[in-house]
Design a protein around this ligand. Structure first.
Ligand code: NDP
Length: 475
């Protein structure tokens, strides 16, 4: 009898322990279930001020030659009222609405209806149907990787128009920049709100939804992990890559065209910004399959942060250097131009090689060479929501042995190069490096918090083996 009772107690203990383990992994892996006051305050701040920050930057270029200080001085001195600035701001126009609707529809068509053919003839390119990482609910999604194709088609049409068809002016984006901002905001808010409603009423995968109970947090950070319409329209892949990143290089080209129109030439700084950012964008699409394994797709839920961020923040603030150069055409001395180019290229090389090393290592399950040698790594394990145990590896050699986020370091070097191309007359173009430093440092912390929750003591062994985050010996 006593033995039977002991067995019953033991079974009960095991059941509770399994529940707790599941709850623990469910609770910690992925974004938070409980919202601390700091996160909530940051979210409320961003929801209220991020749209104003974007407006302020773009308005200051439009009305104050990209000076961030002059509008404040004007307001403080009483030379202008907020209403004066607002009244001078171009309104939403039918033309901009038409351009934007056409643009987004075109990208949807390229994404949904044209399966990738680039991987069939470009050696080394990974496109077509690819698998994402295992979600916390244990799902592996399939994605149609055709971003490179969408980028090529869009840009071929752009150049065909600029040099042959002349349907519209290549300065069209610059000329409608503020009216287009209102359109981008409408889409950004619409898609974030739709994603929120969808997660309550028709989620793509209910097990991969996270409700914190805090409306603002859920709206900002998203509830659904991988919202989709139909089998292939994936919100995260589409919004991050298509209207935002395909547009990035077109926006820069439009700025270059505007310089040509205004000054009769394109400065070397504008060419540098176009080339360096062009490499970054092309890299993104060349490695779109790899992108499926990055934090945005693997861990972030789809809310305002990604929805609005991809529609508004990214195209408007990541392109500030080109916009600035329209108002201040900087012609760099040869040695400065070469120095900036080198910084940008070395930064890009570090960024790409570090990402490539992790991708190769994970893809081959460690059966590869890193810098000519067998990789060194730490074995680790984690659990999904249903309690299934998975095994993984953390690379500790190559750039991953130098620092835990050396890919971010390379990214920051490249970002600094874009800003330096604009000279030192104004601070506006330096917003990007300030923002990227905050973003990527915050990412280090947030990712490490998540990885610690996911891998537990294995993550501690990893941080002991690779003690620095971004700069070996310093941070
Ligand atoms: P990472 O590509 O560094 O991915 C982090 C994940 O990789 C971790 O969550 C963990 O995931 C896994 N991982 C961590 N350490 C190791 C290791 N030693 N070995 C193997 N796997 C490891 O981060 P991001 O997704 O944030 O960034 C990808 C790139 O995109 C970066 O180069 C970044 O600079 C760039 N980026 C650019 C942005 C921009 O706005 N321009 C914004 C954000 C990123 P797991 O759970 O699989 O173990």
């Amino acid at each position: 009898m006593a033995a039977r009772q002991e067995k019953k107690h033991s079974e009960e203990r095991n059941r509770k322990s399994t529940q707790n383990n599941t709850r623990a992994s469910q609770g910690q892996w992925g974004r938070a279930w409980e919202v601390d006051w700091f996160s909530l305050a940051s979210i409320l701040f961003l929801l209220m001020f991020a749209p104003l920050i974007v407006y302020y930057f773009i308005m200051s270029c439009d009305q104050y030659q990209c000076s961030l200080i002059d509008p404040v001085i004007d307001l403080l001195m009483g030379n202008q009222h907020l209403s004066d600035i607002w009244n001078k701001t171009p309104a939403l126009t039918y033309r901009a609405a038409g351009i934007y609707a056409l643009w987004v529809t075109f990208q949807v068509i390229l994404y949904v209806f044209i399966p990738d053919f680039c991987h069939k003839f470009i050696p080394g390119y990974v496109g077509g149907v690819q698998e994402g990482a295992v979600t916390p609910a244990g799902v592996v999604n399939k994605y149609e990787i055709n971003g490179l194709q969408a980028w090529i088609i869009t840009h071929v049409l752009w150049f065909a128009n600029a040099y042959y068809f002349h349907w519209f002016s290549p300065t069209i984006i610059f000329d409608n920049w503020i009216p287009l901002l209102w359109c981008a905001n409408i889409l950004g808010y619409a898609v974030s709100t739709f994603a929120m409603i969808k997660s309550y009423y028709f989620p793509t995968n209910a097990k991969d939804c996270k409700f914190t109970g805090n409306f603002f947090y859920d709206y900002m950070m998203g509830i659904e992990f991988n919202p989709r319409i139909g089998k292939w329209f994936d919100f995260k892949l589409f919004f991050n890559g298509r209207p935002g990143i395909v547009a990035w290089t077109l926006i820069n080209l439009s700025y270059a065209a505007k310089q040509q129109e205004l000054y009769g030439q394109v400065t070397n700084s504008m060419i540098l910004v176009n080339v360096l950012q062009g490499i970054y964008v092309l890299d993104f699409f060349w490695n779109e399959a790899w992108y499926l394994k990055t934090i945005d797709i693997c861990h972030d839920h789809f809310g305002w942060y990604l929805g609005w961020g991809d529609c508004v923040w990214l195209p408007y603030l990541y392109t500030l250097q080109g916009l600035y150069l329209v108002y201040h055409p900087v012609q760099l001395g040869t040695s400065n131009a070469i120095g900036i180019l080198m910084l940008g290229l070395i930064g890009y090389y570090i960024f790409r090689m570090t990402n490539h090393q992790k991708d190769l290592f994970r893809r081959t399950n460690g059966n590869c060479k890193i810098w000519g040698k067998k990789p060194e790594y730490i074995e680790c394990s984690y659990m999904s929501v249903d309690g299934t145990k998975y095994y993984s590896k953390l690379l500790t050699s190559g750039f991953w042995g130098w620092a835990r986020h050396f890919n971010y370091t390379g990214d920051l070097m490249g970002s600094l190069a874009y800003c330096l191309a604009c000279g030192f007359e104004h601070i506006l173009p330096y917003f990007y490096i300030v923002y990227m430093t905050i973003l990527l440092t915050h990412r280090c912390i947030r990712d490490e918090h998540r990885c610690f929750s996911k891998y537990g003591k294995d993550w501690k062994r990893y941080t002991a083996a690779v003690p620095y985050r971004l700069i070996p010996g310093i941070f």
